[in-house]
Design a protein around this ligand. Structure first.
Ligand SMILES: [Zn+2]
Length: 165
């Protein structure tokens, strides 16, 4: 998102050279630049450490493909805290460990996706209202049940399978 008006004082912004950044929207009233903004989300592949992963059905996202746990980072939260919180909220599992895998730009929604693989000792899935269904699936099968190659879900499962073998 690119600012046109200052979100604090409402003044129309000008374009101002800011160091190496080039021309940035700038509020002459508040004397501050307003850099382009985007949302940051985490996406977590939850595993049992024994070859199985959790796939979610979320009809508001897709009725064709399964999803992984994901959610927006809240202000003052770290990406790791979001990952633990979202896994607990969406499928009711406590993670025993969390490994950072990589970041991915999701063009369709202008989001930065921060990818993790989380391990849990828990087995029983307790679903939130945002989740229509969830199941433990062998990772070799799971990779064919998410959005195909190029998606973040696919990349995380592929990473898990490569590490395991
Ligand atoms: Zn302002």
């Amino acid at each position: 998102m690119r600012f046109t008006y200052c979100p604090d004082c409402g003044k129309k912004l000008i374009a101002k050279e800011i160091g190496d950044e080039g021309k940035i929207p700038y509020c002459e009233g508040c004397k501050k630049p307003l850099f382009d903004m985007f949302s940051s989300c985490v996406i977590v592949l939850v595993t049992d450490g024994d070859g199985r992963v959790v796939l979610l059905n979320q009809n508001y996202i897709s009725t064709q493909y399964c999803n992984l746990v994901s959610g927006y980072i809240k202000p003052k939260e770290t990406a790791e805290e979001t990952a633990y919180r979202e896994v607990q909220e969406e499928i009711g599992l406590r993670l025993s460990s969390l490994d950072f895998v990589g970041t991915y730009w999701f063009d369709k929604k202008d989001q930065l996706m921060i990818g993790f693989i989380g391990k849990t000792e828990d087995k029983e899935l307790t679903l939130s209202g945002e989740v229509d269904g969830a199941q433990w699936v062998d990772a070799n099968q799971a990779i064919n049940m998410v959005h195909p190659k190029g998606s973040v879900s696919y990349a995380l499962i592929e990473h898990y399978l490569n590490k395991k073998n």
